[in-house]
Ligand binder design. Structure first.
Ligand SMILES: Nc1ncnc2c1ncn2[C@@H]1O[C@H](COP(=O)(O)OP(=O)(O)OP(=O)(O)O)[C@@H](O)[C@H]1O
Length: 310
């Protein structure tokens, strides 16, 4: 279990602005080692800008950010490389290179950071990562255009895991997936986090994801992180936005889905496969088996009942 006070990411007093538009002002956040931290907030509150600031793609006007106890703002590229190797990022939509196959996409970070590796070894590592994320082995030679939306996300995840990171950034990983595919992706994330000992910074609008896999949730509003804690801790704060967010109709449905899943898991006994797909807000029965089933479920991307932002 993670030491509660061991912070992989520390953000202190950052301000981000674009022209006259101030996105963050005095924003603080700590991410603990080994946790899955969900990051929520209304559209445009700056969740992605925060992630980009942490990974060095956006330079805040002021403030400090450290990752693995190393400052990330204002670092020379050569200095930043040693930190960047230790995290993986899944951007919204997967951000795959359309002219490269899945395996070539996964190998991109290997080529960038370890160009001395032989092509055969890069291929082997890429194949391993592809299978690890639940894609069929024959997905490697396919191009992104030949994949479903869910498979693209898995390919993006495989690329994010290419360097065996300690820290994973996921920007709305389940947006656009149907409920079964989204549930499968959540369980894959949880399973990888446990197996690989990852710390996960997860931006989402998906209440099911928050309830199913997040250890804590950080709420962005008013240009700051206004609260961070477990969902129960957040609800105890009696904040109107938080209350509405978690206790509205979608929040209640997410709680029901989690309870269904807990009941299903009890019924299925304690040795259930870690990537088992849970029942979700659709009321779908729990599916056994997992990665393979998950991949099958995702062929239903964009079907009715798709989970988008909310
Ligand atoms: N490069 C940029 N130039 C100008 N404005 C930007 C830039 N990047 C982000 N913004 C603005 O910053 C604000 C926050 O954007 P961000 O993408 O972080 O929001 P978000 O909370 O992730 O939203 P959503 O939930 O809709 O994805 C938005 O108003 C956006 O238009």
């Amino acid at each position: 279990m993670a030491a509660r006070d061991e912070h992989i990411i520390r953000v202190r007093g950052i301000r981000n602005s674009f022209g006259d538009q101030v996105i963050h002002d005095g924003l603080d956040l700590d991410v603990r080692r080994g946790e899955i931290l969900g990051v929520v907030g209304g559209s445009g509150t700056g969740k992605s800008v925060l992630m980009r600031s942490i990974i060095g793609l956006q330079t805040p006007d002021t403030g400090e950010i450290t990752v693995f106890d190393e400052p990330t703002i204002g670092r020379e590229e050569t200095e930043a490389v040693s930190i960047r190797k230790r995290w993986g990022v899944l951007f919204q939509g997967g951000a795959l290179f359309s002219t490269l196959t899945v395996a070539e996409n996964v190998a991109v970070p290997l080529r960038e950071f370890y160009p001395e590796l032989s092509p055969a070894l890069m291929d082997e590592i890429a194949s391993y990562k592809v299978v690890m994320t639940g894609l069929p082995a024959d997905a490697g030679p396919k191009y992104p255009a030949e994949l479903s939306g869910g498979m693209k996300k898995r390919a993006g995840l495989a690329r994010a895991l290419a360097l065996d990171p300690e820290l994973l950034f996921l920007d709305e990983p389940t947006a656009g997936l149907d409920p079964i595919g989204a549930a499968a992706f959540d369980q894959l994330t949880k399973s990888l986090q446990k197996t690989l000992g990852l710390t996960v910074f997860l931006i989402t609008h998906d209440l099911d994801t928050l309830y199913a896999i997040c250890d804590r949730v950080a709420v962005l509003a008013d240009k700051k992180v206004i609260a961070v804690g477990t969902i129960d801790e957040l609800l105890a704060l009696d904040h109107p936005w938080i209350e509405e967010y978690f206790k509205g109709p979608r929040g209640r449905a997410a709680v029901a889905a989690k309870e269904n899943h807990a009941q299903g898991s009890a019924d299925a006994q304690a040795d259930a496969h870690p990537t088992e797909v849970s029942a979700r807000t659709t009321g779908q029965p729990s599916l056994g088996g997992a990665v393979d089933n998950a991949a099958r479920g995702e062929t239903q991307d964009n079907a009715r009942g798709e989970r988008g932002t909310g």
